[in-house]
Ligand binder design. Structure first.
Ligand SMILES: Cc1cc2nc3c(=O)[nH]c(=O)nc-3n(C[C@H](O)[C@H](O)[C@H](O)COP(=O)(O)OP(=O)(O)OC[C@H]3O[C@@H](n4cnc5c(N)ncnc54)[C@H](O)[C@@H]3O)c2cc1C
Length: 408
């Protein structure tokens, strides 16, 4: 804990940010760099682990570069230039682009440090238990220290960046769906001979028939490590909603995962976590509160990627708060500007991924799409643009897009 309380025991700040994952730390960094007084609170002491595939897609790399944190965040990362998607029958489609793998323990500590270096005051380990209320609206956050003491942070704006759990959203009255949209789990393998026999040169994502409509991945990380995991949507049939069963099937049926787990070497425990996808599950804002990252469902359905959009939403919220404070805008105006910004920039994108998630119920369609991607340059170009997040995903992830893909 490092924010000094005032005489009444409260901590005062312009902005209180709850959650120091990518969304919260980046928001704190942008605001502190702009000269605002920011308190960043997390229930964990950093560095802390987070169950994740650790894959940074082009949107994450671009967002980090936009705020000048790419070099710092990617020090020691494993850089890759290809994403390989395996369809249910095992057909690979390779999409070229810029990708990186950084263990979350390292990435999140680095972003949190960057926020502190920019001037944010870090309060850890402090668990947010509810809002400070004034005149019927949120005016900060009440936290509980590891020793059971309480901390009250009074701030004009509170940013909730608490990830996929529903607890803090419910406490702040912005939860619309307490059930997560999916679950995912991963473990690490570090083969003794540093991957000499498994030479993966790409992030591998698989929709292997044995786990469909779930997904799995094998991501080569730094130091000869591999991150292996599976995920499912809660909309999937009940028999596919068991992470241990999915993991066992994936490791048995996806050749790179099978080979890696059979090799001698170190293997970590399996860790799982909920996902909140498709911009669902919480209200985006209320006067005095903005919700960013996984807490607001900023993870893509189908792929479970959310780091890039968590960072983008943190930046968007921070810029709107910063401009609002400078122009002395009301809490209502700031809340509306953030909601409008999210709707305009992200809603259609998430809707397209949501629609495409239904395609997973038709494995043959995915096999056919892969065949088209491997035999025609139009489809391959669309996939590359989709992975780079530089195209409206409706160009391919929509009924019209599908028809174009099948017949162009
Ligand atoms: C197994 C798995 C694999 C994934 N793989 C990938 C991948 O490869 N690439 C990708 O882009 N995305 C991936 N994701 C999604 C990605 O992990 C999330 O989108 C991302 O972590 C969201 O960042 P965030 O900052 O919103 O939340 P988080 O990273 O979850 O951070 C939330 C923070 O809030 C803190 N917190 C929570 N409650 C409280 C409280 N009450 N008080 C104080 N602090 C609190 C937590 O301690 C945590 O530090 C994966 C998810 C899972 C589960």
């Amino acid at each position: 804990m490092s924010a000094t309380p005032t005489e009444d025991g409260d901590v005062r700040a312009d902005v209180a940010i709850v959650g120091a994952g990518p969304a919260g730390s980046v928001a704190a960094f942008v605001l502190a760099r702009a000269g605002l007084d920011v308190v960043l609170m997390d229930r964990a002491r950093f560095p802390r682990d987070k169950a994740c595939g650790d894959g940074l897609m082009p949107d994450a790399l671009a967002a980090l570069a936009a705020i000048g944190l790419a070099d710092r965040a990617l020090a020691g990362a494993r850089r890759l230039t290809a994403l390989r998607i395996y369809t249910p029958n095992g057909t690979p489609v390779t999409v070229n682009g810029e990708f990186a793998v950084v263990p979350r323990e390292r990435l999140d500590a680095c972003l949190c440090d960057a926020a502190v270096d920019a001037g944010a005051r870090l309060l850890t380990p402090v668990r947010a238990i509810g809002p400070v209320e004034q005149n019927g609206r949120v005016a900060g956050v009440v936290g509980e220290t590891a020793g059971g003491g309480s901390v009250c942070v009074r701030a004009r704006t509170t940013v909730l960046a608490t990830g996929a759990g529903a607890g803090p959203l419910t406490a702040f009255g912005v939860c619309e769906q307490s059930r997560p949209s999916g679950m995912a789990a991963r473990f690490y393998v570090v083969p003794e001979d540093e991957g000499a026999r498994v030479d993966l040169d790409a992030l591998c994502v698989s929709f292997n028939r044995s786990i469909c409509p779930g997904y799995g991945w094998v991501f080569p990380g730094p130091g000869g490590s591999f991150n292996i995991g599976v995920g499912y949507s809660t909309a999937a049939p009940p028999e596919t909603k068991n992470l241990r069963v999915l993991m066992a099937r994936f490791v048995e049926n996806f050749p790179p995962a099978r080979e890696l787990t059979r090799m001698a070497g170190r293997r970590s425990d399996v860790h799982g976590a909920p996902l909140r996808t498709g911009l669902t599950g919480s209200r985006l804002s209320e006067p005095g509160v903005l919700v960013v990252g996984d807490a607001a469902g900023f993870t893509y359905p189908i792929t479970g990627e959310g780091i890039g959009k968590a960072i983008e939403s943190g930046i968007l919220a921070a810029e709107i708060i910063r401009d609002g404070v400078r122009a002395n805008r009301s809490a209502e105006a700031i809340a509306n500007a953030y909601r409008d910004g999210v709707e305009k920039t992200f809603r259609a994108r998430f809707q397209a991924y949501e629609n495409a998630q239904r395609w997973l119920a038709f494995p043959r369609l995915l096999d056919f799409l892969a065949w088209r991607a491997n035999s025609g340059s139009y489809v391959r170009k669309q996939f590359r643009a989709l992975a780079a997040d530089i195209v409206d995903p409706r160009a391919i992830l929509s009924f019209g897009g599908l028809i174009r893909t099948l017949f162009t």
